[in-house]
Design a protein around this ligand. Structure first.
Ligand SMILES: Cc1ncc(C[n+]2csc(CCOP(=O)(O)OP(=O)(O)O)c2C)c(N)n1
Length: 571
């Protein structure tokens, strides 16, 4: 590995740098331009685990799942050209969901760049809009500083994905190994110091509010502020609601946890947000899935917006008080400054609307009274039967929303779902990453029949790695969420949403995972028990009611307080 002059190859230097950054596992797929790095990986032996995915998209979603479950930075490796372009969707997903990922992409040798060489693609230009930072290394002297910057940028402040595109010639070139972990960079100040005057102002507004609400997002999970969130809402008596990405920060049955905001969120927080006189928004970005039409959103409230990324302030909603800072720091200060309060009358209004939602939606969602299985009922039973430490990943669509609504999430980082980009195909590889990061926890992937087929090949990764994940595919024979929108908003014209599926049990079984199918409500309990006790990875296909919908729903563009509890068009 070393030469007489004590220099090592760029490829070997990358391995040592990864080790210095605490990386123990990388997810990837080899090819021409990256072969010297794979050779170094081979020679590194057991010091670095490599998970061989079946498609590069799987590698980045796995790296995301790893990062989301553990709070560490996920790493993936691809070759140049198609290997690197296959990462694009994952990069956009990680960028939208603030996930720290470092991608090492191979590039053709430096002297070939710009010549349309075999498998040459301008990955830097392509990934610029979907990365927090990217760089191309054509000279080996720049390699190690770039890697240390990459890890620093990916994990600090608002985390995000980074690409380091390395020319093949750099992997062969010799370099003196002098890696230094980056602890700061000039002109990049990722964690703003919150203004104490603004925090006092925020506490004063909380203390004087009659109808306050707290909204939280993934920023609370990223900053490790779940405990402080609970302490603040308990002390100040704040009814609180989460974005999809913030779910699991406080337990589902915390009395002040009013559930999820937004399009398929809970009725009470959506409805009553219109009556609130104060919104304390922590680590969330007022996505359109939460606000619907921003001009009608929380019209009667003063808005305090706390976020580590000041560019989120006033992007969608004009905050009356914008505090740039880390959620943990700001919440800790607020806990000291707020006065104990109960807001009993205001909380009672939430309870009333919770009863309305239970009676009109939840009770029927959770009980299969007909001949068909309902997803919600299975998801609630899974959450009751699976161990308390289960990490849940989802794909995109109806089953995702049912999971967000009905899986009782109880510990931070328990739910790993694609929120910002809504990437079908995310859930299965994300589960591989989550299990790799947390081998002692149970990992459950809840997928739709459409999204499962987008990255179905990753079943073989699970088999080869013997990754003990439990997989449930809800087979409704449709691209369910799109079918629902066609029913509600396109007069039931089901354009290209009927899905012809293979025999999933046969396919997955043939790939090497024991598989089982249930299709009637009477089989639910036994099916879940079978999955739970299956030895190693297990696959359960659940044939569900093709007509099942997700309610409530905020129809597109409507004020969130006008969410429908059922399809009002057919009443
Ligand atoms: C890559 C990608 N393509 C298309 C979509 C649009 N889309 C959102 S939900 C959905 C249907 C998902 O169907 P399925 O996986 O069967 O899940 P279900 O809604 O039935 O639970 C589609 C096509 C998407 N989110 N991602």
């Amino acid at each position: 590995m070393t030469t007489e002059s004590n220099q090592i190859s760029g490829a070997d230097a990358i391995m040592l740098a990864l080790q210095a950054e605490g990386v123990e596992t990388v997810f990837g797929y080899p090819g021409g331009a990256i072969m010297p790095l794979y050779d170094a990986l081979f020679r590194f032996g057991t010091r670095m685990k490599h998970v061989l995915v079946r498609h590069e998209q799987g590698s980045i979603h796995a790296a995301q799942g790893f990062a989301r479950a553990s709070g560490k930075t996920g790493v993936c490796i691809s070759t140049s050209g198609p290997g690197a372009t296959n990462l694009l969707t994952g990069l956009a997903d990680a960028y939208a969901d603030s996930t720290p990922v470092v991608c090492l992409t191979g590039q053709v040798s430096a002297h070939l760049i710009g010549s349309d060489a075999f498998q040459e693609a301008d990955i830097l230009s392509m990934t610029t809009p979907v990365t927090k930072w990217n760089t191309r290394i054509t000279q080996v002297k720049d390699l190690l500083p770039a890697l240390s910057h990459a890890f620093y940028i990916a994990r600090t402040g608002r985390p995000g994905p980074v690409v380091v595109d390395v020319a093949k010639s750099v992997l062969f070139a010799l370099v003196t190994y002098d890696y230094k972990i980056c602890t700061g960079m000039p002109s990049y100040h990722p964690v703003p110091v919150p203004d104490p005057k603004k925090i006092r102002q925020a506490a004063d507004w909380i203390n004087r509010s009659k109808r306050p609400m707290l909204f939280w997002g993934q920023g609370v999970l990223l900053s490790g502020a779940s405990n402080e969130l609970g302490l603040l809402i308990d002390k100040a008596g704040l009814p609180a609601a989460s974005t999809l990405m913030g779910l699991s920060a406080i337990p589902a049955d915390h009395p002040l946890n009013m559930g999820m905001l937004g399009m398929h969120g809970n009725y009470a927080p959506n409805l009553l947000s219109a009556k609130a006189d104060l919104i304390v928004a922590v680590g969330m970005r007022f996505s359109d899935r939460v606000t619907s039409d921003p001009s009608t959103f929380v019209k009667n409230a003063r808005i305090i917006h706390i976020d580590i990324d000041a560019s989120e302030h006033d992007k969608v909603l004009q905050a009356h008080l914008a505090i740039a800072g880390d959620a943990l720091t700001v919440l800790k200060s607020l806990i000291d400054l707020v006065e104990p309060a109960m807001h009993a009358g205001w909380i009672a209004e939430f309870r009333k609307q919770q009863e309305v939602e239970a009676g009109r939606v939840i009770d029927s969602d959770l009980s299969c009274t007909g001949e068909q299985i309902l997803m919600g009922a299975v998801i609630r039973k899974l959450s009751e039967r699976f161990p308390a430490d289960t990490i849940v990943t989802t794909d995109i669509g109806q089953h995702q929303m049912k999971t967000a609504r009905y899986y009782k999430l109880n510990f931070p980082r328990q739910l790993i779902t694609s929120g910002g980009l809504g990437t079908m195909g995310f859930g299965l590889p994300a589960a591989i990453g989550a299990k790799t990061a947390c081998p002692d926890k149970t990992v459950l992937a809840l997928l739709g029949d459409g999204g499962f087929q987008m990255n179905i090949q990753e079943i073989m990764t699970i088999v080869q790695e013997n990754t003990d994940v439990k997989i449930v595919v809800f087979n409704n024979g449709y691209l369910g969420m799109v079918r629902q929108w066609q029913e509600l908003f396109f007069e039931s014209r089901y354009a290209s949403t009927v899905l012809m599926n293979p025999d999933f049990v046969k396919v997955v079984d043939a790939m090497g995972i024991s598989s089982h199918r249930i299709s009637s409500p009477s089989e639910i309990d036994a099916g879940i028990e079978w999955l739970l006790t299956s030895d190693g990875p297990g696959f359960l296909e659940v044939v569900t009611d093709p007509a099942e919908n997700v309610f409530p729903i905020v129809p597109p563009g409507a004020p969130v307080s006008e969410m429908w509890l059922e399809n009002i068009n057919i009443k």
